[in-house]
Design a protein around this ligand. Sequence first.
Ligand SMILES: CC(C)(COP(=O)(O)OP(=O)(O)OC[C@H]1O[C@@H](n2cnc3c(N)ncnc32)[C@H](O)[C@@H]1OP(=O)(O)O)[C@@H](O)C(=O)NCCC(=O)NCCS
Length: 200
Amino acid sequence: MAADTQAAEQAVSTSIEWLTRFGGTDLEDLCRATEAAIQDGNGFGWLRVPPRDKLESYWRGVLLVPDRQLVVARLDGTVVGSAQLVRPPANNEAQAFAAMVTTFFVAPWARGHGLARRLLTAIDQRAAEMGFEAIELNVRDTQTAAIALYESHGYVRWATKQKYAKANGAFIVGHYYQKEITPIVREGAAPATVSAMERR
Ligand SMILES: CC(C)(COP(=O)(O)OP(=O)(O)OC[C@H]1O[C@@H](n2cnc3c(N)ncnc32)[C@H](O)[C@@H]1OP(=O)(O)O)[C@@H](O)C(=O)NCCC(=O)NCCS
């Protein structure tokens, strides 16, 4: 690593954290990062930046849903990115082996510090601890950086949908990915499939 790159890396602190509550300015920072990601062209569904109160309600709601777990990336303590690990609904016993990743992004100003890969690694670990055998996600064809990252992180494309999303009147192609993981089975712990059945 060149000396100037090394110095730049040493100048920032980065961390990955699973959140169960928003502390300090976390919610505001997450909303700001989300707004920047939407403006940059990836709004995980949102096409335009929604009013701030709508965004706040969305993120507060995420923490209230037991089947959703929120992991955030911090740069110098500030939340700059996120991902959610989502359990399949309780009725879906047949697919209880696979968790889903959504709202995966890093704000444009915080990219290039390895935060996205660390978010994916944290998700691998948490999903394995929860007993899952696979992780699934989908992504627009236009998100080339994310696609390169997913594929280098072990995600395998299994389908492509021509009419995946629609923006400005035009359809956008999307891809579906799955990564197989080895569940961490702890003595006495129920596998994900059983846990799903017990939630009812
Ligand atoms: C994709 C994204 C999450 C990457 O965030 P990041 O924090 O900059 O990524 P990292 O610094 O962890 O880099 C991860 C790897 O991706 C590579 N990468 C980053 N940007 C890239 C690009 N534009 N093209 C190719 N590879 C790229 C890096 O070189 C790195 O590789 P390495 O780990 O082998 O060194 C970020 O660009 C983003 O949020 N994009 C828009 C949102 C999005 O597309 N989300 C996915 C929708 S499902």
